[in-house]
Design a protein around this ligand. Structure first.
Ligand SMILES: *[C@@H]1O[C@H](CO)[C@@H](O)[C@H](O)[C@H]1NC(C)=O
Ligand SMILES: *[C@@H]1O[C@H](CO)[C@@H](O)[C@H](O)[C@H]1NC(C)=O
Ligand SMILES: *[C@@H]1O[C@H](CO)[C@@H](O)[C@H](O)[C@H]1NC(C)=O
Ligand SMILES: [Fe+2]
Length: 493
């Protein structure tokens, strides 16, 4: 009797164990947020390996956070079956649900899963997007800006980002401008799954807004299209869109369209270009004074051999619409930089180069400093400031024996007079690259600050600089103040 019972127990245990392991594929994986089309929505995306319902239960968080929230509000989303093109034709169900009618600035707790099966993720939280007035009252809008984050070699950066997200004042959004996982589709998508899981401590709490890089190019950016849910996804496959967050209008565009003619073509870029121009022209600068653009490949960059990509690499030509100067011929040239100047894009950032560097205000390869630009304070700039923040940690980054180079751009001044500050640029030797991330704070309609933190140096701040401007809009039409103690600036600081 006793023995029979023991065997029964063992059999039952075995049965339960195997159910559990087969059943884990019903479990939600890679939960992440993104801003929805309307200000009072938040979009949740996740995957399961087996078909399940798409349910979210959520509710406002108890102000002190002492008791768990009552997750009594339900959202039902949609799932799509995504069959990978790899050798095993692995199957994922990508679930997308939109949480609507959110109270601005309210903290919500939520979990995702399948109500019928009663299988749920852990409970996450997020801050509903604040109103412009709430951002103005403070704390100000803060955005993490970092591209080129791989699954491997990114631990130290991901840990610091996780601390930011779970710290005193979580950032309002996390923008990753391309190159995910290295690569999302590797090992039949297994690398992508692991990466999305590793990013969950960040992306399940803070909206993760993206643009695509060359590492997503396989099969016409299939994994990028399937795994993310950006605004206008149904129209642009996550490649270009814009959102307003507090005082900032953020535009994402597809730099890769210029480089993968087999996937895209002139007509595609023409469409995107026209969309971008109409989008930039329509921004109400009274409502969203700042305009920020991100994409994967920089317009201005710096190459290891001491020449700038505006001269010898195709990125700048393609995005400036100019002819290649040293034989880099390419059909797909579009004067994207001209749009930045014409409509007054304050800041543009990119990745691709696994380093950090920023320009002085620049347009058409000329530094357009304005009234009083110093290394760390760009006062009344007369052109866009470009930043490369592509050191998210990935298998292509070098960890040389020597510390990274860090500082002003003396060594490349002749070729890149627009370069203001850099870190982790490989100038030969055995230098390590600098694993680092940016935090951008929009203090007011007239001041924004970029801080850069190094993961090689335990999160030490390695750069701090601001743009201060008393007017926004087309650079050619801005009114510039010659007076450093301008009243408008002081009033809003
Ligand atoms: C690749 O995808 C884009 C949309 O993301 C589409 O416009 C284009 O036609 C596709 N290219 C090919 C070759 O299918
Ligand atoms: C722009 O300002 C920086 C910092 O003051 C200075 O080093 C640089 O020479 C200036 N460039 C031009 C073209 O005025
Ligand atoms: C600069 O602006 C301040 C505040 O508006 C004013 O008091 C001061 O006289 C101005 N200085 C010059 C040189 O115009
Ligand atoms: Fe890249």
């Amino acid at each position: 009797m006793c023995r029979a019972f023991t065997w029964l127990t063992i059999l039952l245990t075995l049965a339960l164990t195997s159910t559990a392991s087969a059943g884990t594929s019903h479990d939600p994986k890679g939960v992440h947020l993104s801003f929805g089309a309307s200000d009072t929505t938040m979009v949740v995306t996740w995957t399961t390996r087996k078909e399940t319902e798409t349910n979210v239960r959520y509710g406002p968080s108890d102000p002190g956070g002492a008791t768990p929230a009552d997750l009594s509000i339900n959202a039902i989303g949609d799932a799509r079956k995504f069959v990978d093109y790899g050798s095993t034709s692995s199957v994922r169900y990508v679930h997308v649900a939109t949480l609507e009618g959110l109270t601005p600035g309210q903290i919500y707790e939520y979990q995702v899963g399948d109500a019928k099966l009663d299988r749920w993720s852990k409970v996450f939280w997020f801050n509903a997007k604040r109103t412009a007035e709430q951002y103005a009252e403070g704390p100000p809008l803060r955005i993490i800006a970092l591209c080129d984050i791989g699954f491997k070699e990114s631990d130290s950066v991901v840990e610091l980002l996780t601390q930011e997200v779970h710290g005193e004042q979580p950032p309002d959004a996390f923008v990753q401008c391309g190159d995910f996982a290295y690569d999302l589709d590797d090992e039949n998508g297994g690398v992508g799954d692991q990466f999305m899981k590793a990013m969950e401590p960040i992306a399940a709490y803070v909206p993760w807004m993206t643009s695509a890089g060359n590492h997503e190019a396989s099969h016409n950016f299939t994994h990028y299209r399937e795994r993310f849910t950006m605004p206008d996804r149904s129209k642009t496959d996550n490649h270009y869109y814009s959102i307003d967050v507090g005082p900032v209008h953020i535009v994402a565009y597809n730099t890769e369209a210029l480089f993968w003619p087999a996937s895209f073509g002139v007509e595609y870029i023409q469409r995107m270009y026209e969309w971008m121009e109409a989008d930039l022209a329509s921004v109400d600068r009274m409502r969203t004074p700042w305009v920020v653009v991100h994409g994967h490949r920089p317009i201005f960059c710096e190459a290891a051999d001491g020449t700038s990509c505006a001269f010898n690499e195709n990125a700048a030509f393609l995005q400036s619409g100019k002819d290649a100067r040293d034989g880099v011929g390419h059909a797909l040239r579009f004067p994207i930089e001209d749009l930045f100047y014409k409509y007054g894009v304050d800041l543009a950032f990119y990745g691709h180069e696994h380093e950090y560097w920023r320009t002085f205000p620049v347009y058409d390869e000329k530094v357009v400093n304005g009234t009083d630009v110093s290394l760390n304070r760009y006062f009344e700039p007369r052109g866009t400031v470009h930043v490369t923040t592509g050191a998210g940690g990935n298998i292509n980054m070098d960890r040389g024996d020597d510390p990274p180079s860090r500082g002003t751009c003396d060594m490349i001044k002749d070729n890149s007079p627009w370069c203001a500050f850099q870190s982790g640029v490989d100038h030969g030797g055995d230098r390590s690259q600098e694993f680092a991330y940016g935090v951008v704070t929009f203090e007011s309609g007239s001041k924004m600050t970029w801080e850069h933190f190094s993961a090689l140096d335990d999160g030490k701040r390695i750069d701090l600089w601001s743009i201060e401007t008393s007017s926004h809009g087309p650079f050619a039409r801005r009114t510039y103040s010659d007076n450093l103690s301008d009243a408008a600036l002081i009033a809003t600081e």
